[in-house]
Design a protein around this ligand. Sequence first.
Ligand code: GLC
Length: 732
Amino acid sequence: MMRRCALVLAIILLVSPLVLHSQIPGYGTEIDRRVDELISRMTLEEKIGQLQQYTYGVSPELQQMARTGAIGSFLNVRGAAQTNALQKLAVENSRLGIPILFGLDVIHGYKTIFPIPLAEAASWDPDLAEQAAAVAAREARAAGIHWTFAPMVDIARDARWGRIAEGAGEDPFLGSRMAVARVRGFQGGNLAAPDRVAACLKHYVGYGAAEGGRDYNTTEISEQTLRNIYLPPFRAGVKAGAATLMSAFNDLNGVPASANPFTLDHILRGEWGFDGFVVSDWNSIGELIPHGVAADCAEAALKSLTAGVEMDMESRCFNQSLSRLIEEGILPLGTLDEAVRRVLRIKYLLGLFEKPYTDPKLEKEVMLARPHLELARLMARESMVLLKNDGNLLPLARKGITVAVIGPLIDSRADLLGTWRCEGDPAQVVSILQGIRTALGDGAAILTAHGCDVTGTKGESIPSAVAAAQKADVVIAVVGEDASMSGEAASRARFGLPGMQEELLRALKGTNKPIVAVLLAGRPLEIPWAADNIPAILMAWHGGTQAGAAIADVLFGDYSPSGRLPVSWPRSAGQLPLYYNFKNTGRPTTDQKFTSRYLDIASTPQFPFGYGLSYTRFEYANLQLDRKEIGPGGQLKVTVEVRNTGEKPGDEVVQLYIRDLVGSITRPVRELKGFQRIHLEPGQARTVHFSLGSDELGFFNARNEYVVEPGEFHLWVGPNSAEGVQGKFTVR
Ligand code: GLC
């Protein structure tokens, strides 16, 4: 036992403290010299002004605030004309001419809208996600936006929570890779570039663990789970140089995230060395009062600012209280100055003092540029997950068949943009019906029917849909959620097909025609009947401006589906929270009574994390480890051969999982620690390489120290979290 403790201690020293120094592009001492010089000339009111963020609506009061330097940032201003006009008031009229920072929710595109972030995560293609974020940045900056409130990196294990749509799913490893990709895409290597914006990691932290999946609800998260599951994507984003974070609404273990010194200061600054700034979520400072930790605005402002929130989005508590708090000696001036320093630092790094205005000509040039639309179509293609394809019903033939396209969303455009559609224009969206018509060409025999509404409870149109199906050779049923049913304040206690849509599917099934169900949603849906009875099911999420074209590409075989689930797909809301990296318990699930199980449904997901089918088949063989044993801090090389044994080309997402069999605390039965997306032609094989070291094998233990503990590990390399070729190794 002594040897083991000594070894663990040795490893603790090796790998901690995990102090990071944030890598904000361009930051250095010259910036701070300029900032400190400016602060030395600022009045108290001008300093407090820099910490205000208000939403913009044309108003003389807000324009006067811009003119007098009483506002540091506006959100929800859009377009070169409006941003330039407001900027001019600040730069050319206020005493010090400090430029305004314009922020906006550019969550998955500005004008060219990409698939919702959960769909982008389903591509398991961080490089493509980075390119998509770069396009969003290019369009947003040209429109005068300097700062996006993205990426949202909240881990989500509960499909009832509508904001699962906005993140990268349930896994910290995939979530971290997508966070880094999107920070890099938004920011690039130079925040002052005319096609980049500052990123904002949100919502810091634990927001996705809302009890009951009910938005804004309480979260109780142990420090180990916080450090092992919820913090990693934020830490990765900070390490990648994210300029800002947004503090969350939720009460985190009794201390609301927007006034939580442990997360905002001890971890974010103390451990990670973050030197950007934190903006509160909308009025989350004012909400400290209903949370019951502040009696009034002054107390809320004091708690939040001293905890580590530098900018107040829309509560106006900073504006109402900071001056008096300083004058009464309650808030140290140094704390205020440090907050102002952090905000001005980002404004300098964004080049706003040198170039405060955007070029209206550029705005016209970049919006919806052809390369942007092509990238949006590619991401939509890669994001789709083929859940079922019995009898290889897909891909469909293009010629000689009559197709019935049925469902309430077949010609919707706005819904394909999904939640947080920013400046996305439905008129620019390719609907699914339009995509199918284009793919099949003129003269194609296409019958259409809505069959029912998205949420309506009337089924009087179902018979006409059935009649259309009876005349067709194949039915494409487009069903699911509209855009308003996911995102913020959109939790669903029951998340099956809304309205009469399942009744529509059942009626169509009654025609005995082959049916392909195309699901549109911002979350996995409870579809146990469809999963058993519909032969082909394609999860298309809300796929953005080019969704209809991309869906047709997959349906008719121009693209072999390659998306993989970034979340475990529940059979029932009763299973939630549901995630693949669960603990084994003392009574692991079996079909025996006295084990961890349900009487009425299987405990496994409908479809596992990492799952997705293709139009071809892949085989895994020849798993090799370069050694059976590694020391602390050692590296293990893993290789596997993957072959395309089908008749069509396809992309495979090769996934590597580990299991630490015995630890000082209980360890997950699986943990994703590597993935690679590869393309293989029919018959082609590729050797895929992974490496495992302390970054992958370690975890935060009961004392919240990052450790790699000795012992036996199992590993799997395969197509999802439930399958794979298995190996094992030992850490000495
Ligand atoms: C909202 C959201 C946040 C968003 C902000 C500004 O309430 O929680 O994600 O960035 O307000 O719109």
